[in-house]
Ligand binder design. Sequence first.
Ligand code: SAH
Length: 292
Amino acid sequence: MKPTLQPAPNSSPKATAGAVRPAFPVRLPVPVGGPVAIKVIAACAGSVRTSAQIGLKSKPAKGSQPVQGTSAGIGLDSGAVRARMVHKLQLQGVADAQVLAAMGLVERHRFVDSALVNQAYEDTSLPIGLGQTISKPNVVARMLELLLEGRQGAPDKLGRVLEIGTGCGYQAAVLSHLAREVYSIERLRGLHDKARENLRFLRLPNLHLLYGDGMLGYARGAPYAAIIAAAGGEAIPPAWIEQLAVGGRLVAPLQAAGGAQALVVVDKTPQGIRQTLLEAVHFVPLKSGTSY
Ligand code: SAH
């Protein structure tokens, strides 16, 4: 199935990363069909690890250090709290210096409701409205680390990256420090607008928020050095594989038989697609179409 996306004015798929600037926001059409399972030339299901095995077990929010603050980030000295979060991530096995630095830069408390600010730096997922959640910091870090591990030729940053599931915009903000260009798609209008609002003050010129069905990817920005999904379906949508550059890597939750989800890494090599299943995860479902 070939995605048929509306071209955004003033952008060209062949343009250099820095020159691509789709309209803001971009509307993408609703897909006609569902995802199709991809052909796998090599699977490493044997490498399945549980979160606990790799030290990603979440810590209960109770009893941990609360953020000191009065309201939604106002007067909040979050630098020290973020440094503690980064240190915890290191203890949990996150080793990539760029990922750790990016996680230390983005103020997570600005992306959650004021009532949840005290939990913003806990190792926990949090509700962001419309039944969706912001992923745990260690899951965000783990996925970003996997993306960076897949870099070809060890450039300092990733090239163009596609994120499916903007949510509140937190992970997109972290990604913007790790990639030259980031396209992030959200299917829920309310969250797309919320992310725009959350991200406005950060002024990240390399981050482009798109409203549409991420199952179709975003062909105008393709090919992507990396694709990351924050929602899990039963198969990897074919558009993602099509839009991934040869040498590129995709990281996404995937629903396995029985309904359990696992992280999957898909590498697009000159020889074909290589899929590696990793630890169990729990993400919101990947849904087709758009909604309010
Ligand atoms: N990375 C986000 C996490 C958001 S949760 C953050 O930092 O907040 C996952 C998001 O994926 C939800 O907002 C959900 O609406 C969105 N989603 C699910 N299916 C989608 C699709 N087909 N296209 C775009 N977004 C989708």
